[in-house]
Design a protein around this ligand. Structure first.
Ligand code: ATP
Length: 478
């Protein structure tokens, strides 16, 4: 299994429809039955609904609020007390006299305003079932051994290749491995998966970031020290190497290690022994070394800042993690993964991303890779209040990539340029971009551009931008 996602069908037991009106119940029943292969239960009173819940295992409950009565709110509260794993959807009719505050405080997981369309019902049902998946109590079965793969999200061909490489290494617990990739691509996750899939999995995985510890402390941290080795060394202390005995030592940012330590590490790899700082007695170790770096070690070797012999010793099995901009197919999956993770931990509704927002994020070059994407989603999970993230909800840097670079490139290629036509082109792009971001809503686009709506309409007409917008939308499949 390469990702965390499980088939929804496997978790749906029953769906409950609560509505005192027979006609709406039947209509809702038809829409849901056509889409979800799960038995549907119905109830027209609160006691009947609760009885259904006691007698059946229910995954999802639709509760229709009356125009004048609040039975559905009462029912949701009782469901939450009876079984908090049931996901509730409150259907709110337009004419209801029940106040918004009470509705919002009902404890429902999702809201749907009626009248609505079958598409909206289906979409929300799928979202609610995704949510149900997260609320499922852990199935009591044999604890499955963690292989580290479930934490690494990726379905692009380059990530699949990486997973295959890790699996192939499974039986080999000896050869050193060098993981290369830009910062934030998941090098530590991969190192952990290598460890968990090797025969060393029952011993320790010990990480050490060589760039995070000052040079003078790194040696004693790695090799340990003997009492009296330096001022303050009042007792013997084991280093990370010894803590990793039988297991794996993960040396992150190995390219930052100073040359004298590189020599000592080389000896560990070759002779499988070392001396703690201040000791003359050698200690034997049985540790697999997995190293990682975001630097180009070949260049460092050429410059003389990294030992060539150590480089070849480390690089027995090279693993390259591609940057996120080269595997844009993974972006949607990563967004979904982190959104579920953060929303669940903050106990808030899971939001989705509009196609336009996803397109913006796919165009962005992600210099900070998956770590940057994770931080963006964490920020949205705190600040974003709506159900769908639109481009306007994204920080500005995710929006403007497409305008400036393309103009500059063409300016450089041509050597000369016509100022007026270039300014007009720039204006077209800004207007189109605003229209794309607002899903074609001209009023909102005018607000984004800080223009009067009438001025924007005039420009769109004069420049015939409506046609260009249609073309763009068709191209990006919006
Ligand atoms: N494919 C992935 N799936 C899920 N989470 C990921 C993935 N890649 C990276 N992450 C997350 O991104 C963050 C950075 O990952 P990690 O520390 O492994 O990267 P790194 O390449 O070692 O970074 P650095 O070089 O800066 O140490 C972590 O929170 C990690 O969980």
């Amino acid at each position: 299994m390469l990702t965390r996602f499980t088939s929804l069908e496997t978790i749906v037991s029953h769906i409950l429809l609560f509505d005192s009106d027979n006609n709406t119940r039947t209509a809702l029943n038809e829409v849901i039955r056509g889409e979800i292969p799960a038995p549907v239960l119905t109830a027209d009173t609160c006691p009947h609904a609760l009885e259904q819940i006691r007698n059946h295992s229910v995954t999802l409950a639709f509760c229709q609020l009356g125009d004048q009565n609040d039975d559905a709110l009462e029912l949701i509260q009782q469901i939450n007390t009876l079984n908090p794993h049931i996901v509730t959807i409150l259907l709110v009719p337009e004419e209801t006299t029940i106040g918004t505050k009470r509705i919002l405080q009902s404890g429902a997981h999702f809201f749907l305003h009626a009248p609505t369309t079958p598409q909206e019902i289906i979409q929300l049902t799928h979202r609610a079932l995704q949510h149900a998946l997260l609320l499922q109590p852990a199935v009591e079965s044999e604890p499955k051994q963690d292989d580290g793969f479930s934490d690494i999200i990726g379905q692009s061909s380059s990530m699949q290749h990486l997973f295959t490489m890790i699996t192939r290494l499974a039986d080999d617990g000896e050869s050193t491995i060098l993981i290369q990739g830009e910062s934030g691509t998941g090098k530590e996750l991969v190192a952990k998966a290598v460890h968990l899939n090797s025969p060393r999995r029952n011993a320790n995985f010990v990480p050490l970031n060589c760039a995070a510890i000052p040079d003078e402390l790194l040696e004693s941290e790695l090799f340990g020290y003997e009492k009296g080795a330096f001022t303050g060394a009042i007792n013997n202390k084991k280093g990370r190497l010894q803590h990793a005995e039988g297991g794996t030592l993960f040396l992150d940012e190995i390219g930052d290690m100073k040359p004298s330590l590189q020599a000592k590490l080389l000896r560990v790899i070759q002779e499988k022994e070392f001396e703690p700082v201040g000791s003359v007695k050698s200690i034997k170790v049985n540790v697999r070394i997995v190293a990682a770096t975001h630097r180009n070690l070949e260049e460092a070797v050429a410059k003389g800042s990294f030992r060539e012999d150590l480089y070849y010793r480390l690089n027995v099995i090279p693993l390259q993690i591609p940057p996120l901009r080269d595997r844009k197919d993974d972006i949607a999956l990563l967004l979904e993964h982190f959104t579920q993770k953060f929303c669940t931990s903050k106990k808030r509704h899971i939001f989705t991303y509009s196609d336009q927002a996803l397109n913006c994020l796919k165009r962005y070059p992600w210099p900070g890779n998956v770590r940057e994407l994770e931080n963006l989603v964490q920020r949205l999970s705190i600040l974003h209040m709506g159900e769908t993230v639109a481009p306007k909800d994204l920080p500005e840097k995710y929006l403007h990539e497409e305008v400036a670079p393309s103009l500059l490139t063409r300016f450089n290629e041509q050597g000369t340029t016509d100022f007026n036509s270039r300014v007009s082109e720039f204006e077209d792009r800004l207007i189109l971009q605003a229209l794309m971001q607002t899903g074609g809503n001209k009023k909102e686009a005018a607000e984004l551009l800080n223009l009067k709506r009438t001025t924007l309409l005039e420009k769109i007409k004069k420049k015939q931008l409506d046609k260009a917008l249609n073309k763009l939308e068709n191209q990006s499949g919006l």
